[in-house]
Design a protein around this ligand. Structure first.
Ligand code: DLL
Length: 432
């Protein structure tokens, strides 16, 4: 099946019915198979009989990354190891990795969701799909790989890195779809420019970019530099990796595959559901997974849900581009600062490149924020005065939005480290 019209264009009542039925059976399964779920439900005085429909979802306890880490490596699996056909793991920034196990049905379900995502993005069977997400424990490479094969398009499983080779294959194989992180897409664009290869000489049409936050301005930049349509794809290892949601060609929010993953938005402080349409932390319950079903898993990603029917005809709820995370939100001198806000401001300025690094330090008791940003070649001048003026302008733009003082350091083009995976944009040196 290439796309699923019955589900993707379902009425809300029909979707509620499917979700309720699947939720009830998942709750029973985890209650009887996973001691920590049983314990958490018992602590709230709940039994599976208390969950009669999706409207009861809010009664259930949350699950967090810590729960998964505490049962490292395989303690959260609900099926015997003989039924697990693949494991993935997310490295995380601290502590043990989070390990996820998939049964054969889980892999088929994941592939179907990625196939739907590719269809939403306008990818078809004649496309040549260059997969430059990392292959391995990270879910990006293999997730897109299986979904692309399932669609019937041709996979080029090149994985991340080796940029000149990426470009050579784009030229020789006529790749029409590029899958990688948005920051790597920009890097590829830089290298193309360096090699004096015009994007118009390539066959590239669509980019499927995700795995890290990126702004609308970054989308514009990528589309202008690579002459492609840049589509946002979202996912996390704990749920299935890429394909939890994806934008359609309208580029107006990512359609969540909600017959498999029920989304909710909560206030990360009170843990109560927010009013419809408000921004908060995204929480998912998986309702078809066998290996590791997760109920009310706190993603820490901040976004909002849009329930209106999309122009594409799909009724699947959409999530807006992620606005940051409730846990990597930086608090600098008591002010909440999102790296994505800074990125947006830098990208609105024609003089800067979309490559930057935020360095946070503590001098005495005072936090400091330094923003290193690359300047476009033509604006990088020998004239100290010109650079000083540019520094002042960036500082002014940042400070008037963020409400804190910022030191700006201009650096030459191509000096901030590029990676083929997720970009590291924040160095927090504070010992708190
Ligand atoms: O990054 C899965 C993935 C691979 C998604 C390829 C899309 C494409 P993790 O390594 O577990 O899984 O990281 C998950 O990355 O909670 C978000 O904070 C962030 N993230 C993923 N996609 C997006 C996106 C993969 N489109 C974490 N926009 C998530 C913003 C994203 N953040």
């Amino acid at each position: 099946m290439i796309w699923n019209e019955k589900i993707e264009c379902a009425s809300r009542d029909f979707m509620n019915e499917i979700q309720s039925e699947r939720l009830i059976s998942t709750v029973k399964r985890v209650y009887h198979n996973i001691p920590y779920y049983r314990k958490k439900m018992q602590e709230k005085g709940l039994t599976p009989d208390d969950i009669k429909s999706v409207a009861d979802l809010h009664k259930l306890p949350f699950t967090t990354k810590t729960d998964l880490r505490d049962s490292y490596p395989f303690g959260s699996f609900t099926v015997p190891m003989s039924e697990i056909v693949r494991v993935h793991a997310s490295s995380g920034t601290t502590g043990r990795p989070t390990v996820v196990g998939y049964t054969r049905n889980d892999i088929a379900m994941w592939s179907e969701n990625v196939t739907r995502a590719l269809c939403m993005a306008g990818v078809h069977q004649n496309d040549m799909v260059q997969i430059a997400y990392g292959y391995g424990l990270f879910t990006g490479g293999l997730g897109l790989h299986y979904g692309t094969e399932n669609l019937g398009a041709s996979v080029i499983p090149i994985s991340g890195g080796n940029t000149k080779k990426q470009i050579q294959l784009m030229q020789d194989f006529g790749s029409s779809v590029l899958c990688c992180t948005p920051s790597y897409a920009l890097y590829i664009a830089d290298v193309l420019e360096e090699m004096k290869i015009s994007p118009d000489s390539l066959n590239m049409r669509v980019g499927i970019f995700g795995a890290e936050p990126w702004s609308e301005n970054m989308r514009k930049e990528i589309e202008a530099k690579l002459h492609i349509k840049a589509i946002d794809i979202y996912g996390l290892s704990e749920i299935v990796g890429p394909g939890v949601s994806c934008e359609c060609e309208e580029q107006a929010g990512m359609h969540v595959n909600e017959d498999h993953f029920i989304p909710e938005i909560i206030n990360p402080e009170t843990l109560e559901p927010v009013e419809p349409g408000e921004v908060g932390e995204l929480v998912f319950s998986t309702i078809t997974k066998e290996g590791i079903p997760l109920l009310r898993y706190r993603t820490r990603d901040l976004t909002r849900l849009i329930y209106d029917k999309c122009k594409c005809g799909r009724t699947l709820v959409r999530m807006e581009k992620c606005k940051g995370r409730s846990d990597d939100m930086l608090i600098i001198r008591g002010v909440n600062v999102f790296p994505s806000q800074i990125e947006s401001i830098l990208l609105e300025m024609s003089e800067t490149e979309p490559h930057y690094l935020l360095i946070i330090d503590r001098e005495g008791t005072l936090d400091t924020l330094k923003v290193q940003v690359e300047v476009q070649e033509q604006f990088f001048s020998d004239e100290i005065k010109e650079l000083q003026n540019l520094t002042k302008k960036i500082k002014h733009n940042l400070e008037s939005t963020l409400g804190i003082s910022v030191t700006v350091q201009l650096v030459e083009p191509k000096t901030i480290e590029r990676t083929a995976g997720k970009a590291k944009r924040v160095i927090d040196n504070r010992q708190i």
